[in-house]
Structure formats: C-alpha cells, structure tokens
Design a protein around this ligand. Structure first.
Ligand code: RB5
Length: 149
C-alpha cells in the first residue's frame, strides 16, 4: 500500500501519480487534499508520514509546490526517511543507499512526465542492504533516539 498526499499546489500531480500507480496494480491510500482551496502542507505530510511510520503503508509520496515543506515536515516523524527528489538518479540512489520510505516532489518544479519516472524509480528500486548503508541508517535512528521523545 502506498500513501499519497499533497497540498493545494499539487492536487493535479497527485491525481496523475495516483492513476499511474493504480494502473500498475499498486494500492494507493489517498490522504488528500482534493481541491485548490489553500491548506497547510504540514497537515498532509503528517498524515502520510504516520501511515508509513505505523507500518500501514509501505511507502509514501508527498507533493507540494516545491516538495520542500513536505519533506521537512515528514522527516520530523520518527522512522521516516523522506527524500526530496527532482531527478531519477536521486530517486534510485536514495532507495539503494538511504532506504528512503517517503518521496517528496514539487509540482512547480518537475513536469508530470519526469515526476512519473521519479516515482517509478523510487517505488521499484530496492534498498541495497549493504553493510555500510545499514550502518549509516542505524546512525540516523540513533539521532532520533537522542532527540525525539
Ligand atoms: C504553497 O504555496 C507552498 O508554499 C507549498 O506548496 C510548498 O511549496 C511548501 O514547501
């Protein structure tokens, strides 16, 4: 199950990505928003991040105007490794190296075609599982343990 969410700046791209994922057989849990009425991206980042952190969803996709606000907010949730990507190389690398579990995209930054390629790279690339990457991710978890309540 893939959790998806956006703010008012990214409803169109969210719908495009949702249709794309469903057409490939993925189950998608849509956390909104659904209209161009102004909302706060942080609310939707929290919904998607919690769906992933709880284990209900395997991965999350967050879209706002830039993708930046969403990524900052999602990374405040323990267990979330949200990668803000605007290219396919980064989307692939963040899965292989960081085992990122949430992708953040900017509708005002990337076109729909590139966004779908980024999503495909993110969803389909497995974590490498290599010891050095596991060690580094474990150190991120240690930072969470130190600073998160
Ligand atoms: C909304 O105008 C915009 O600030 C938001 O979509 C996002 O880009 C924030 O990071």
């Amino acid at each position: 199950m893939i959790a998806i969410g956006c703010d008012h700046a990214a409803v169109t791209l969210k719908e495009t990505i949702k249709k794309h994922l469903i057409s490939q057989g993925y189950e998608v849990e849509d956390h909104g928003c659904f209209t161009s009425e102004s909302v706060d991206y942080s609310d939707y980042a929290l919904k998607v991040a919690e769906a992933v952190a709880s284990g209900k969803c395997d991965k999350g996709i967050l879209i706002c105007g830039t993708g930046i606000g969403m990524s900052i907010a999602a990374n405040k949730v323990k267990g979330i490794r949200c990668a803000h990507c605007s290219d396919t190389f980064s989307a692939k690398a963040t899965r292989q190296h960081n085992d990122a579990n949430v992708l953040a995209l900017g509708e005002r930054v990337v076109g729909a075609g590139l966004a779908l390629d980024i999503v495909d790279c993110f969803i389909k690339t497995p974590f490498s599982g290599e010891e050095r990457h596991v060690r580094r991710i474990n150190k991120i978890s240690a930072i969470e343990e130190k600073y998160f309540k």
